[in-house]
Design a protein. Sequence first.
Length: 333
Amino acid sequence: MRNFDYAVANRVDEAFSIDGGQTMAIAGGTELLNWFRLGIAAPDKIVDIGRIAGLGAIERSGDRISIGALATLNQIGENAIVREHAAVLADACLKAASPQVRNRATIGGNVLQKTRCAYFRAEAPLPWGCNKRVPGSGCSAREGLNDRHAIFGWTDACVAVQPSDPLVALAALDAEVEIAGRAGRRTLAVADLHLTQQEAVAAGRDAALAETQLKPGEVIVGYKLPIRTGERSAYVKVRERASYEYALVSAAAVVMIEHGRIARAAVALGSVAQKAWRLHAVEAQLIGKPPTREAALPILIAGLADARPLAHNGYKVAMAARAATRAIVEAAA
C-alpha cells in the first residue's frame, strides 16, 4: 500500500474536494480497502466522510422514507419503518455480505461498489487484459469465463455487472438518490444512477470506465423512498451458497393487489447488467393478472426475450425469469 494523506470531513461540503482520482472518500471502508489491496485505486488523499452528523438517519416524513447514506446495511435491514413499508429493501440489505461486513458497510457506498468480475478483481499487475483496470487492454471476460456476467447492456469493451443487492430493491421501489457537490444538490432516480456499457457509449463516455452519473466532487448523501399504502414487496437472491455470496441473479418485486389481481407492479433484476434492470414492459403486462406462478412466468419469459447472453451465462435468462416470478408470488403472499 502506498502512502496517502488522511482528512476527516465534519460537513458534507468538506467532501467536495473529492475528484475521483487523486482524492477519494471513505465511510465504512469495506470496499475501498479492497481496492487498495488489489491496486484498483491508489489515491493521494483519503477524506473520511463517516463522521458527518445526521447522514445515518432513517426517518419517515409523511409519505416518504429518508435514509442517510451512512446508514449501515444492518441498520436498514433491522429498522421497523423500512421493514413495514419497504420490506424488499430490508431483505436485500440483510442478504448482502456477512453480518460483520453489514455492520460497517453503508448504503451510500454499497451501491457504488465495483464489479466482482474475477478478471477485474485480481492483484496488480494484471496478467490479462481488463479495460476497467488498464484502458485499451481488452476485456478478457468477453471471450473467457463469463458465466457471472451481463446479459443486458454490455459491449465488447466490458461485460461486467453491478453486484449491489440494495440497489436492485431501491430501483424497484422507485427510490431517488440525493447527490451533493460543488454545484449544489440534485436528485436522480436510483434506476438512472448507473450506466450500462451501451448507455455510456451513447453518452460519449468510455464503455468500461463510466459506471455512474456522478460528477467529479459529488457524493451520495441519502435516498428518498415513496410510501404507497397497500404495497407488498419481496427480494429473491439466487446464489451458490446462502452465506455472504454475491448473486448469480436477483430480483426485487413490488406489487399492489386488488381483488386478487395485480393492480400495480415494479420488477427489477440484479447481476444481469451494470445497473439494476427494470422490466417496464413486463410490469405493464402483469396488471390485471393474478399473482401466481402460472400467470407471471410466461410474461417474464417473454419479457426477457431481448437478453443477450454470453457464451457461458445463458442460464441467467431462465434463472432471472423464475427469480422474478418467485419475487412476485412472495410479495403478494
